[in-house]
Design a protein around this ligand. Structure first.
Ligand code: ZN
Ligand code: ZN
Length: 586
């Protein structure tokens, strides 16, 4: 389950409410039985996966650190088999639509777990799966209980950190070199969680003198265990530097099932790939038209190039000169959030919750790694925790790297980024998801729905007048949207079709107009993740098509805010599930 390559942001946001709202629909007895079962399933799940519980804001089992050894994997397989057998007792057709879809989500998750343990086997080749930092940092920094209570939970959890890393080393067979390097970087970040800051907090706390002593002993042992793991990983890096490591390319036999489990789309991976190729062509045609219109305004009398991609590329390069100064980036992002909020309110695009403010902050060290900006949201078990918009600062960038980054996130794209990450993208969606009446749909969150919503939100905002319908904004949007289209082409191309680094960089720079820096970062990401990059395009296409169908079906009665509020009210379910619920309960 959490061992699939689910992104941290989605995991942290994929969360739940306290109770399952039960509405008898067809057969009250069977629905009651399912409601009882699913409540028990959630309890058992949270007890079996304490770390998942911590991300979900369910802290009852937080003192237990899961040791990732062979016995644990056997128990996990048993857990999945046992619950799959329980699901078989329910007759799908007799359940209400809401329970039917919950059941389908549980089944998908359990089957994914079984497949992940036995076929995908990331535990044997991805050393970055092993890192204790995240749950510790959450326990220390989330104000869910008195500080001393949380520290005692941390103290208990610390006891077996050395066992944890011993199990990690014993589990790795042949790793990929790319994941060895990621694990080194991320575990170095983990050391920051157990640094002097924590010790100072412990010293200042109301723990007893004995507890403080024990705390310091265990923190020292944890630091040593992490340090040993990093040293061991560095040896692996050397051993495999000249060959013999596992390929980072997943291959079709693992890619298609992973896609099916994670995306839960109506398409196969191959079909989505082909659809993305067609979409790339459509966008190029539209952008060429916009670029021709804009050419005289920005290029004067210079004759436009005859090559279409060159024409678009020249215009985008010119427009990219308009961007904030590097020291203004953070402030500019912070300034835009309330503007987006009032725009959504004025145009009545969807319902917002002013009691859940978004806090813009610099990304904490231990979370820096794969992405540049992300939302870190509380779960519904802990609805009063803060929601953060993490922005990774450009401090460590050279002037050239910073310029390249800022041109990429220029005047127009920075606005689209904020729409995507914050309002009405990820942040708004997660606020709604946390109010979902289905624990299951919140807990077993679907990444394609989450990413698809954020991508859909970009286009929806522009269609409703954000950016004033400027051709510049639409041209830049085309470039931005090409990114998600090319993410799909890239992911499938690299993991199934053997696309080379050179081909990938050419696709991203020449056909998606990305800078060298962005393209190289994306290449790194595609070597570290599988399928996740396709979730953006898969979800976006499905949501957009669904909205257009609803418009046709409802005619005059279609209302955009109602559509959005209802769509978001079902939580992080696969889009095909939401669609079924919205069309079966008018
Ligand atoms: Zn510049
Ligand atoms: Zn996103």
């Amino acid at each position: 389950m959490p061992k699939l390559t689910r992104p941290l942001a989605a995991t942290a946001g994929a969360l739940l409410v306290a109770a399952c709202a039960f509405t008898p629909d067809k057969s009250p007895t069977l629905d009651e039985a399912f409601a009882t079962y699913s409540a028990r399933f959630v309890e058992e799940l949270m007890a079996f996966y304490p770390e998942w519980g911590i991300y979900a804001g369910h802290y009852a089992h937080a003192a237990t650190l899961t040791i990732p050894d062979a016995a644990r994997r056997a128990a996990e397989l048993d857990f999945a088999e046992r619950h799959l057998a329980e699901l078989d007792k329910f007759d799908l057709a007799s359940l209400s639509p809401a329970h039917r879809t919950d059941l389908a989500l549980i089944r998908n998750e359990l089957e994914a777990t079984r497949w992940s343990l036995t076929a995908y086997r990331g535990w044997s080749w991805n050393p970055a799966e092993y890192n204790v930092a995240g749950p510790f940092a959450l326990l220390i920094n989330t104000d869910y209980a008195p500080f001393e209570t949380r520290l005692r939970t941390v103290l208990a959890r610390l006891e077996r950190v050395p066992d944890y890393y011993a199990a990690a080393r014993a589990s790795i067979e042949t790793p990929t070199l790319e994941h060895v390097r990621l694990a080194i970087q991320q575990n170095q970040g983990a050391l920051g969680v157990f640094g002097d800051d924590l010790i100072a907090k412990v010293e200042a706390s109301a723990l007893s003198a004995d507890e403080k002593t024990l705390f310091k002993t265990r923190v020292a042992a944890a630091r040593a265990a992490i340090g040993d793991y990093i040293s061991w990983l560095k040896e692996l890096e050397q051993r495999y530097a000249n060959g013999g490591a596992r390929s980072f390319r997943l291959g079709e036999a693992l890619y298609e099932p992973l896609f099916a489990y994670q995306i839960q789309s109506g398409y196969t991976a191959r079909e989505l790939y082909e659809r993305a190729l067609a979409e790339k062509e459509r966008l190029h045609a539209r952008m060429a038209q916009l670029a021709s219109e804009l050419w005289p305004k920005y290029m004067g009398d210079e004759p436009p190039p005859s090559d279409r991609l060159e024409l678009i590329g020249r215009l985008i390069a010119k427009l990219s000169e308009r961007h904030v100064a590097r020291e203004e980036l953070f402030a500019q992002i912070k300034r835009q959030i309330p503007l987006l909020e009032s725009f959504v309110a004025e145009r009545q695009l969807l319902t917002q919750d002013p009691t859940k403010p978004l806090i813009v902050r610099e990304t904490p060290e231990y979370m820096r790694g794969v992405a540049g900006a992300s939302i870190n949201a509380p779960g519904p078990f802990n609805p009063n925790a803060e929601t953060y918009y993490n922005v990774t600062p450009l401090d460590h960038y050279t002037p050239e790297m910073a310029e390249s980054y800022l041109r990429e996130y220029n005047h127009w794209i920075l606005q689209i980024l904020n729409i995507h990450e914050a309002i009405p993208g990820h942040y708004t969606q997660l606020v709604h998801a946390n109010k979902s009446p289905s624990v299951i749909k919140s807990l077993l969150g679907n990444g394609a729905m989450v990413e698809g919503w954020a991508v859909y939100a970009e286009r929806m905002m522009l269609e409703n007048g954000w950016g004033g319908h400027e051709p510049e904004m639409w041209l830049m949007y085309g470039k931005w949207n090409l990114r998600v289209v090319c993410n799909t082409i890239l992911d499938y191309g690299v993991h199934v079709l053997g696309m080379s680094q050179e081909e990938a960089l050419k696709l991203l720079t020449k056909e998606a107009f990305q800078t060298e820096a962005e393209a190289r970062e994306k290449w790194r990401r595609v070597t570290l993740t599988h399928v996740q990059l396709t979730s953006y395009f898969a979800g976006y296409a499905e949501i957009y098509d669904f909205r257009e169908q609803q418009k046709r079906a409802l005619g005059e009665r279609f209302d955009l805010r109602t559509f959005h509020d209802r769509f978001l009210s079902y939580g992080n379910a696969p889009i095909k599930v939401i669609r079924e619920l919205m069309t079966s309960q008018p």
